[in-house]
Design a protein around this ligand. Structure first.
Ligand code: E4P
Length: 305
């Protein structure tokens, strides 16, 4: 699985690149805002975002794609913005990928639900690589691939947040949540209710409000977690040998990264703090302390020239 870094912070990008584990960079308007806020905090007098993004593209280099997102909601405007971003930044290292939301329909700017797809189709025909963003269902991922997107980004963490919130569970963004356990609890509840329902016919059980509620508990239209979403998309793409690569996005913690790797995601785009978490384990710390204490002089001498 390839690893992208999910940030617009140049220092973080440079640090992670120096570890030798980064295959690409993803940004979005919120991540750019965070980077700009950070620069303001550092009292950078005039923030030149164009030069800043150029530095990101150059730091990543030609083998590592850098996703830059459009800001408009209508297809034609998104296409124009995408072409502009591509013209401005792609000549530097040939690594620019344009992020287009799968569906830009909103109460403020909504025209049709298909503006994103129209833009993806157009740009893909022009051979401008597209990373389809804000994918929350396998159906959306299938449509993105049909439109020719190079990448599809399911937002695993946001789907988790949505399901956890629906369950009324308090959580911090980075917390791991055991969705498998939640499914077991739901199944158990359902089984107990059905066992106590006596000899009711199948139709009345199927239509029972309690059963309906428990069947969908902890799910979003059949999707039980962000990792499950990624898994389903990978399976669909494999069924039809679709070339679009799956970028598991909106990663919240190391264990979720492990699970999307097991699910077969081609890429995971990971925030810097999650990368830092992934390298740590208390037994590694303990082990290195013991090894350091156990170095005998005879062994140390070996390293003297
Ligand atoms: C990826 O392309 C997205 O920019 C990102 O993963 C979103 O993550 P968030 O849900 O933590 O904002």
């Amino acid at each position: 699985m390839k690893i992208f870094i999910d940030t617009a912070n140049l220092d973080e990008i440079r640090k992670a690149l120096s570890w030798g584990i980064v295959d690409g960079v993803t940004t979005n308007p919120s991540l750019i805002k965070r980077a700009v806020d950070q620069l303001k905090k550092l009292k950078v007098r005039k923030i030149d975002i164009e030069s800043y993004i150029k530095e990101i593209c150059l730091a990543a280099g030609k083998e590592r794609p850098v996703s830059l997102e459009v800001i408009s909601l209508r297809a034609q405007e998104m296409i124009e913005e995408a072409e502009l971003l591509y013209r401005k930044f792609n000549p530097l290292a040939g690594n620019v990928v344009i992020k287009i939301p799968i569906n830009t329909y909103t109460r403020m700017g909504g025209v049709s639900h298909y503006e994103g797809l129209k833009a993806i189709t157009h740009l893909s025909r022009e051979e401008i690589p597209v990373n389809t963003t804000l994918i929350m269902s396998p159906e959306q991922a299938l449509l993105a691939a049909k439109a020719g997107a190079r990448y599809a980004s399911p937002f695993a963490g946001r789907v988790d947040d949505y399901i956890r919130k629906k369950l009324g569970i308090q959580f911090r963004k980075q917390d791991y949540f055991d969705f498998d356990l939640m499914q077991k609890i739901t199944k158990d509840k359902l089984t107990r209710f059905m066992d106590s329902s006596g000899e009711r016919d199948a139709a009345s059980l199927y239509l029972d409000e309690n059963i309906k509620e428990w069947k969908d508990l902890g799910k979003d239209n059949g999707i039980s977690s962000g990792v499950h979403l990624v898994e389903e998309i990978v399976n669909i793409y494999q069924n039809y040998r679709i070339k679009t690569e799956v970028i598991a996005a909106s990663m919240r913690n190391g264990r979720q990264v492990r699970e999307v790797a097991l699910a077969g995601a081609h890429i995971a785009t990971i925030p810097f703090n999650v990368m830092e978490e992934m390298i740590q384990h208390p037994k590694t710390v303990e082990g290195i302390e013991t090894f350091s204490q156990d170095v005998v002089p005879e062994y140390r001498d070996l390293f003297e020239e």
